[in-house]
Ligand binder design. Structure first.
Ligand code: AMP
Ligand code: MG
Length: 332
């Protein structure tokens, strides 16, 4: 899990003070800072409402709940249409779109490989799988092997062994779902963060933008690489520096390249993406991370994605920003 810190101004004991909420969400934690609660909406209502939105997303997309919609679809071995919620169909369609744009690097059918390498819900010892095991798992990977329909919403496997892992997009989607609920309830300005993925909306009372930190991509400490300002956009970050295991000094990341069936091994250590929705930012952050420094930066430039790449070199960390990635203050 990546941790991004939100830096906020605010005194105490006056109406401009923010409401701060924290809780658990989809296998990680959430934190929310909100200004301008409408009359009649208490902090307790807000907390209960957010927890309900998070629980609803969990019951659709969690792989750790055997009765979630996603787990039931994964367990289904038929090749006809499987009815799902509009929400699940939309996230799978967005994932398929990002799969196409990233040339297959972002792929939610990666689930068998994620499990094989020990990062999925199937508990496995930290061992390097055999070539034969990797090949067998790769046979059931490919986003073209799952189809989406909206009217009525349903998913279809073109191969019975296809299973989905939405971990690389679900946190972003959950941030969007909480944000929509806050907007509908009339909260005028807020920042929602789930497991490091962030969305901002509206203004703070002093009209300054939200200040968000990009974490330094090192595993032994938590410090800030860069500070950026956001006004109404989302930011998501992927990297290989938190979730991995090591055998004989070699690091095996939780992010897997679908073209090799193996964890990424390149020098790109962190990618942050700013986008309108947090689900798109989340998916692209993972996809660009899989592509690596050269192909990732080239694709971000070609598609005008607002991204921030941190690459490890013998001389330290180098930064590259693409598209409209916000001006940032360097902290190193
Ligand atoms: P994130 O932290 O958003 O980059 O998501 C990483 C998680 O997504 C991993 O823990 C896996 O569950 C899953 N994943 C790994 N590789 C891929 C990939 N190439 N495409 C989509 N999801 C992936
Ligand atoms: Mg992601």
């Amino acid at each position: 899990m990546l941790l991004l810190l939100a830096f906020l101004l605010g005194g105490c004991g006056n109406p401009a003070d923010p409401v701060r909420l924290q809780g658990r969400a989809i296998g990680t934690t959430y934190s929310i800072v909100a200004y301008g609660l409408p009359d009649g909406l208490s902090q307790d209502d807000l907390h209960k409402g957010v927890d309900q939105v998070v629980a609803d997303v969990n019951s659709v997309m969690s792989l750790f709940k055997s009765d979630s919609e996603l787990s039931r679809f994964n367990a289904y071995r038929g090749e006809d249409w499987f009815p799902v919620s509009k929400e699940l169909a939309a996230v799978v369609q967005e994932a398929k779109d990002v799969n196409r744009i990233t040339g297959g690097a972002f792929d939610i059918t990666i689930a068998p490989l994620v499990n094989l390498w020990g990062f999925g819900p199937d508990k496995r010892p930290e061992v390097v799988p055999t070539e034969a095991e990797i090949k067998a798992a790769m046979a059931d990977v490919g986003s073209d092997l799952v189809e989406v329909r909206f009217d009525p919403p349903a998913l279809k496997k073109l191969k019975p062994g296809i299973t989905l892992d939405l971990a690389a997009i679900a946190k972003g989607h959950c941030v969007d779902a909480v944000s929509s609920w806050l907007k509908i309830r009339g909260v005028s300005g807020f920042m929602v963060e789930i497991g490091g993925e962030i969305r901002t909306s509206g203004q703070k009372p002093d009209n300054t933008p939200w200040r968000i930190a990009v974490e330094k991509p090192v595993s032994m400490e938590r410090s800030v690489q860069a500070l950026i300002s956001l006004s109404g956009q989302s930011m998501a970050t992927s990297g290989d520096y938190r979730n991995y295991f090591e055998i004989d000094g070699k690091r095996y990341s939780h992010i897997i390249d679908p073209s090799t069936g193996r964890p990424i091994t390149h020098t790109l250590v962190s990618v942050s993406v700013v986008d309108e929705t947090c689900s798109r930012a989340d998916a692209f952050a993972t996809g660009l991370t899989v592509l690596g420094p050269e192909r990732g930066i080239a694709l971000a430039k070609e598609c005008n994605l607002s991204a921030f790449f941190i690459v490890k070199t013998p001389d330290g960390l180098t930064e590259t920003a693409t598209g409209d990635f916000p001006q940032h203050e360097k902290m190193n």
